[in-house]
Design a protein around this ligand. Structure first.
Ligand code: AN0
Ligand code: CP
Length: 317
C-alpha cells in the first residue's frame, strides 16, 4: 500500500482485521521494519488521539517521528495557485509540500474541511496536493471527507465486542454547538458498508449525507425507531452536507442526545463515539460512563489501526 486515504484501500476486510489483531497481540514484532525510517505528521487542525496514537504506533514500529503543527510556528501557507502573495501568508503549499517530503519517508496529514467550498472539500484539495507533490507515501489523519484511521479502529472495536455475526449498527446524529465536518460519519458509513451488518443511519431532516457514503444503509428519520434493537449506537454530530446549507448547523435539537432513555430502546447496545465528545450535548454523563460505553477501548484501538496501516506502507517502501 502506498497512500491511505479511505478505509476501502484496506482491501479484504477479513485479512485487514487479522493483520490488526496480529499487531495488537504482538506490538513490538516489527521494530526492525521502521528502523531509520522517519514519519512526518502534519497537523492543520487540533488533535489529541490521532497525534498520540499515530506517534505511538510509529514508535512501536521502530520509526523516528517528527510532528509539525502548521498553525503554530510554521510559516502561514497559501493554498491557492495564482495568488499575488502580498498578504499575511509567507509561503506557498507548492514549495512547502515537496520540502516536507525531503525530510521523511512517510507523511501523515490532518486537514479538515474548511466549509469555504464544498467542491474543494469533497475533492480533498489539500490532501491530494500532498499526494501529488510530496514524493512520499501519504496517509490521512482525518481529511476533509474521511477519517479512515478512526473508522478502522471503530471496526476493530466492533469486531471485538459484537455478540452476533451480523449486529445492528445505528449511526445517530446528535446535537453540537459548532459546525463539524462530515468526515467521521462518511468514513464510518463507508466502512460499515464493506460488511454485511445491518446498518441504519438516523438524523433530522436536512442532515442527509453524500449518497456515495450512505451506500446501502437504511436512513430512518425517527431516532427512536432507528434505535430499536440496536447492538451498537455510534453517535456523532455533523453539519449539513446538502446545498444550500453545506457546512452549517441547521438545528441543535436536544431530543437527539443519546440518553439512558434512548439506550433503553436498544438491545443493550454498546455506545461508541470517536471523541472528543461534548457531554450532555451528544451523550449524557450516565451513558458515556456506563459499562456499555466503548469510547476508551475505541480510542486505544487507534494505535492498532495506525500501526497496521503504517506497517503496510513500510512494507511497500
Ligand atoms: C472533529 C470532527 O468532528 O471531525 C474531529 C473528530 C475526530 N471534531 C471536532 O472538531 C470537535
Ligand atoms: N478521534 C480523533 O481523531 O481524535 P483527535 O481529534 O483528538 O485526534
Amino acid at each position: 500500500m502506498r497512500n491511505f486515504t479511505s478505509i476501502t484501500q484496506l482491501g479484504n476486510l477479513e485479512e485487514a482485521m487479522a493483520k490488526a489483531f496480529e499487531v495488537k497481540r504482538n506490538p513490538f514484532a516489527d521494530q526492525a521494519l521502521g528502523r531509520n525510517r522517519t514519519l512526518l505528521m502534519i497537523f492543520f487542525n487540533n488533535s489529541l488521539r490521532t497525534r498520540l496514537s499515530t506517534q505511538k504506533a510509529a514508535l512501536n514500529l521502530g520509526m523516528n517521528v517528527i510532528v509539525l503543527d502548521v498553525n503554530q510556528g510554521a510559516w502561514k501557507l497559501e493554498t491557492e495557485r495564482g495568488v499575488i502573495m502580498d498578504g499575511d501568508k509567507s509561503e506557498h503549499l507548492l514549495e512547502a509540500i515537496p520540502v516536507m517530503g525531503c525530510y521523511c519517508d512517510i507523511i501523515g496529514v490532518r486537514s479538515f474541511a474548511k466549509f469555504e467550498s464544498k467542491e474543494d472539500d469533497y475533492n480533498e484539495k489539500i490532501l491530494s496536493q500532498f499526494i501529488k507533490y510530496s514524493g512520499k507515501p501519504v496517509f490521512s489523519m482525518e481529511a476533509a471527507t474521511r477519517h479512515p484511521l478512526q473508522t478502522f479502529a471503530d471496526m476493530i472495536t466492533i469486531e471485538e465486542y459484537k455478540k452476533k455475526p451480523k449486529p445492528k449498527i445505528v449511526m445517530s446524529w446528535a446535537p453540537h454547538p459548532k459546525a463539524l465536518p462530515q468526515a467521521v460519519p462518511n468514513s464510518f458509513a463507508e466502512g460499515i458498508n464493506m460488511t454485511d451488518y445491518e446498518f441504519v443511519i438516523t438524523h433530522p431532516h436536512g442532515y442527509e449525507l453524500d449518497p456515495k457514503f450512505v451506500g446501502n444503509a437504511r436512513v430512518e428519520y425517527d431516532q427512536d425507531k432507528a434505535l430499536a434493537g440496536a447492538d451498537f449506537v455510534y453517535a456523532k454530530n455533523w453539519s449539513a452536507y446538502q446545498d444550500p446549507n453545506y457546512g452549517q448547523v441547521i438545528n441543535k435539537d436536544m431530543n437527539w442526545t443519546i440518553t439512558e432513555e434512548k439506550m433503553a430502546l436498544t438491545d443493550n447496545a454498546w455506545f461508541m463515539h470517536c471523541l472528543p465528545v461534548r457531554r450532555n450535548m451528544i451523550v449524557s454523563d450516565d451513558v458515556i460512563e456506563s459499562p456499555q460505553s466503548l469510547v476508551i477501548p475505541e480510542a486505544a484501538n487507534r494505535v492498532v489501526s495506525a500501526q497496521t496501516v503504517l506497517k503496510e506502507i513500510l512494507l511497500g517502501l
